[in-house]
Each structure stands twice: as structure tokens, then as C-alpha cells.
Design a binder for this molecule. Structure first.
Ligand code: SF4
Length: 308
């Protein structure tokens, strides 16, 4: 399928996207830094929350943990407290683990492969740090980037391609240095290109695309198909109300607000565990799992706390 992307279309796509970005790219605070730690924090925040919320949370988190050493030295409880309201507490602990590994090895790795070996850093995040901090010519592919590239270059829904095929498409689409327009703060072509794709995906090529005003309106293969275009796939709704995620978050939130810890029964009351339609013993199982993941700890006094 990827063999169908011709160079002329690629070239037009790059030109239009980069020119649009120079005029209309989002002014996100982390775009002014090339510090791998700051970029990593931004990436982890942006993966789970809207850009505006991530932009507000980023300076707050950095004020509390200004560099990799500060985060590495912090107790899990401190990091979890600072993370409240940002969701996915596990990512906060993973970020701390990454910081510890960077401190232990004496600095940041310089390649995607080495970055991906850090605990808590997957292939996407490794590419994002290499691209946005180290300005290397690599293509991080998140859902926004995949939507823009697959729709505009292949004319189909990103779900039709495997993750490996989407990555190959993004690698193929990376522009060379000559195609970068001048833009203050954007010295790397891959940096500008990947930032631009994320913005097109966030502002125009959303799950329900807003093609009017999109820089690819005139060249996009998906748009050209008109009514024949594969319809956007409805987003699968996670069964949030019935999944453990809600309760896991509630437990950590309750403990973040109780530095002295809570008796199990008080904790269960506070998160209204009794109201859950669950089998007997489920709350104990949930606490045991959180404890095994290092998210909570039971003290000698039997009280549950965030881990010191
Ligand atoms: S023209 Fe429409 S479908 Fe194509 S990239 Fe832009 S927003 Fe997406």
C-alpha cells in the first residue's frame, strides 16, 4: 500500500504542511526547549490529556521537579501528589524511574534505540525525545500524526494500516533539510515537520475531519475520495465506569490528600467502594495490585499511604 505514495504528492504535502506551520502552528510552551527532560515531561503529559491542560500542567510540574536529578531523588508519594488531576498515575512513577535511570547512567542517551531502553520509555516516546529534544531526523507517530499521513497520503483510515506500516509511512514522509521554511525556534526539519503534523491532526484532521482550511485540503487523497472515503471510525469508548481505572485513581487521590495514611475501611468509605457492583473482596484485590505496582504502601500500623 505504501508503494502508492508518489514523490510528487509527498513533496507537495511537505511543502504545504511546513508553510502552514510557519504561519499557524500552535504556540505550545515546550516548543521553546530542547532539554530532553522537559521534552519527556511534555510528551508524557500530552499523551494523556488535551494540549491546553498539558500546557498548564507542564510548568507546574517543572517548578516542582526542575530537572532529572530532582525527579529522580523525589519520593513516589511526592511525584504522585504533584501528578493529581493529570490521570494515569502509573505514568508519573514511570517518569520517575526514567529519571533515575538517566541519573544512574550519567546522562541522556543519544539514539532512539538507547532511549527506548530506558525504563518507562516506549518506541514512540524515544522517537519523540530524539526528534523534539535532540532534533534528529526521526518520525514519532502518535494518533494525530497517523491520521494526517494515512488519510492525506494513502486515502484511507489509519486503522487499516498496522502500526509498523504507519511508522514506515511516516519514515518515508520525513522531509529533507532543504524543505524547511524559516521559523524561529525550529532549527531541525524533522522537528518542524513532526510538530506541524501534530498540529494539523489536532486542529483539522481530527477523528471527524475539519477539511476547510486544512493545508492539505487540495492534495489530500482521503478528501479527494469525497463520499467514497472510508468513514472515520467511531472511537472505542473505554468502559470507564465499570473498569478498575476509576477506583485506582480514586484510591491514589484519597491517599494524596491524606499524608498520614488511612485505615482500609476509611479508605474504602472515602472512595465509596461499597457502592460498586463488585464481588466481595474486590477492593482488597485492587489495593493488593496497587501495592504490587508500587503505587501505594501499607505501613506497620496497617494504614495505607502513598509510598515514601
Ligand atoms: S484535508 Fe481533511 S482528511 Fe485530509 S488531511 Fe486535511 S483534515 Fe485530514
Amino acid at each position: 500500500m505504501l508503494g502508492m505514495v508518489d514523490e510528487a504528492l509527498l513533496s507537495q504535502t511537505r511543502e504545504r504542511v511546513l508553510a502552514w506551520f510557519a504561519e499557524a502552528g500552535r504556540d505550545l510552551p515546550w516548543r521553546a526547549t530542547r532539554d530532553p527532560y522537559r521534552v519527556l515531561v511534555a510528551e508524557v503529559l500530552a499523551q494523556q490529556t488535551q494540549a491546553a491542560r498539558a500546557a498548564a500542567a507542564w510548568p507546574r510540574f517543572l517548578e516542582r521537579f526542575p530537572d532529572v536529578h530532582a525527579l529522580a531523588a523525589a519520593a513516589p508519594a511526592e511525584v504522585l501528589r504533584a501528578w493529581q488531576g493529570l490521570g494515569y498515575n502509573r505514568r508519573a512513577l514511570a517518569l520517575r524511574q526514567t529519571a533515575q535511570a538517566v541519573v544512574e547512567r550519567g546522562g541522556w542517551p543519544g539514539t532512539v534505540e538507547e532511549l527506548a531502553e530506558l525504563p518507562g520509555v516506549g518506541p514512540y516516546t524515544a522517537r519523540a525525545v530524539a526528534c523534539f529534544a535532540l532534533e534528529q531526523p526521526v518520525a514519532p507517530v502518535d494518533t494525530n500524526v497517523a491520521r494526517v499521513l494515512v488519510r492525506s497520503l494513502v486515502g484511507t483510515d489509519p486503522a487499516q494500516l498496522t502500526p509498523a506500516a504507519r511508522q514506515r509511512l511516516a519514515d518515508q514522509a520525513l522531509p529533507g533539510p532543504a524543505e524547511e521554511p524559516p521559523r524561529p525556534g525550529a532549527s531541525g526539519t524533522a522537528w518542524a515537520w513532526s510538530s506541524a503534523l501534530m498540529d494539523v491532526g489536532a486542529l483539522h484532521c481530527r477523528p471527524r475531519p475539519r477539511c476547510g482550511g486544512c493545508p492539505l485540503e487540495l492534495t489530500c487523497r482521503w478528501r479527494a475520495l469525497g463520499p467514497a472515503a472510508p468513514p472515520p471510525r467511531p472511537r472505542a469508548q473505554a468502559p470507564f465506569a465499570t473498569s478498575d481505572r476509576r477506583w485506582r485513581g480514586a484510591v491514589v487521590r484519597a491517599l494524596a490528600a491524606a499524608p498520614e495514611g488511612l485505615e482500609r475501611t476509611a479508605l474504602a468509605d472515602q472512595v465509596q467502594a461499597g457502592a460498586a457492583d463488585r464481588p466481595t473482596g474486590w477492593f482488597d484485590t485492587l489495593l493488593a495490585r496497587l501495592e504490587s505496582e508500587g503505587m501505594i504502601a501499607t505501613g506497620p500500623d496497617g494504614r495505607v499511604r502513598l509510598p515514601a
